[in-house]
Design a protein around this ligand. Structure first.
Ligand code: 13P
Ligand code: SF4
Length: 319
């Protein structure tokens, strides 16, 4: 509509005036994803978001996603201004892994390599040997296990358990979970699969074991999007945040996409999975932050320097 078009035009002007670029996650509102693409920014998974920030010559990065994504951008690019539409957009994994308790866990197991998921605070990353995202967790742990290393993993127990099963690595798991992916129900998924026998099942590894066990493809957001474009199946049952459907439809408009059920009853989901913190990003607060410059990520320099080491290690490994 006209109001939205005018709002997008104002944001475009603000981005140009401030030499700013948008970096948006696949779970954010489709208006933000399309605007990022139209203005020379990037829509990506958390690993590609981190890399893009280091490759652009924009002076300001506006990270549309959740707080850890903004923090990672700032850690990698201290000379750039990093804004977010709302700094209060957190993540249940980050919230469930406070730095003090995590540090005590590490102290109790000094003979373990510390591998943390990107969905953590800068303080937690500062305690890690490796940071990983879901697109690279498996090869990193394989690499460490091949060297005979024991692993301390945090915070997502489902992703950790999946990696443990796939690699056979000896892993101690922190007890965290994603409130969005934990809602997928295996029994209801079995019913949807029976109704759609030609569908491939795509699952993000933050989902519970019994859901992961039914997957044809387990992967990060970008890996699940690639599967929709590469597999021959006409239909896909997708167990991850519904924000991902915008990019899947854009790249594979003829494929039928079915959200995996989050409710125990019924064959389809009543309310699709959607992260409440990703939903805090909108065109309105994006315009506001570009005007006011508040909601800027700040990180203590000592923490930043320490957290940079395992993040860089991840980017170098992924190259
Ligand atoms: P990806 O790294 O797969 O984009 O996942 C980020 C995330 O928060 C999933 O819930
Ligand atoms: Fe965190 Fe889950 Fe939201 Fe991803 S979907 S940002 S893991 S709460």
């Amino acid at each position: 509509d006209a109001g939205k078009a005018a709002l997008k035009a104002r944001i475009r002007d603000l981005l140009t005036a401030q030499k700013a670029v948008l970096v948006a996650h696949y779970y954010t509102d489709e208006d933000l994803q399309s605007l990022a693409e139209e203005t020379g920014g990037k829509v990506a998974d958390s690993l590609e978001m981190a890399r893009f920030g280091t490759e652009t010559d924009a002076e300001t990065l506006v990270v549309c996603g959740v707080r850890f994504m903004g923090e990672t951008a700032k850690i990698l690019n201290p000379e750039k201004r990093v804004l977010m539409p709302d700094l209060a957009a957190t993540c249940s994994l980050d919230e469930g892994c406070p730095a003090d308790a995590f540090s005590a866990f590490c102290d109790a197991h000094p003979d373990h390599s510390v591998v943390v998921y990107a969905n953590t605070s800068a303080e937690v990353k500062a305690r890690a040997d490796w940071v990983v995202t879901s697109s690279i967790a498996l090869p990193v742990v394989e690499h460490l296990a091949a060297q005979g290393r024991k692993i301390l993993w945090a915070p997502d127990k489902h992703l950790g358990h999946y990696i443990e099963r796939m690699t056979g690595a000896e892993m101690l798991l922190w007890n965290g979970a994603c409130v969005v992916h934990e809602e997928f129900k295996s029994f209801a998924l079995e019913r949807v699969r029976r109704l759609h026998p030609n569908a491939a099942v795509l699952v993000h590894p933050e989902s519970p074991d019994e859901v992961v066990d039914q997957a044809d493809v387990v992967g990060s957001t970008s890996q699940l999007i690639r599967a929709v474009t590469e597999l021959p199946n006409p239909e896909f049952i997708v167990a991850t945040d519904a924000g991902i459907f915008w990019k899947m439809r854009q790249l594979a408009p003829h494929k039928i996409l079915i959200p995996a059920p989050t409710a125990g009853e019924g064959a389809t989901c009543e309310s699709c999975a959607h992260c409440p913190w990703m939903a805090m990003n909108a065109l309105q607060n994006l315009e506001t932050v570009l005007k006011t410059g508040d909601q800027e990520i700040q990180i203590d320099p000592a923490i930043r320097e320490r957290a940079l080491i395992p993040i860089r290690r991840m980017l170098d490994f992924a190259r």
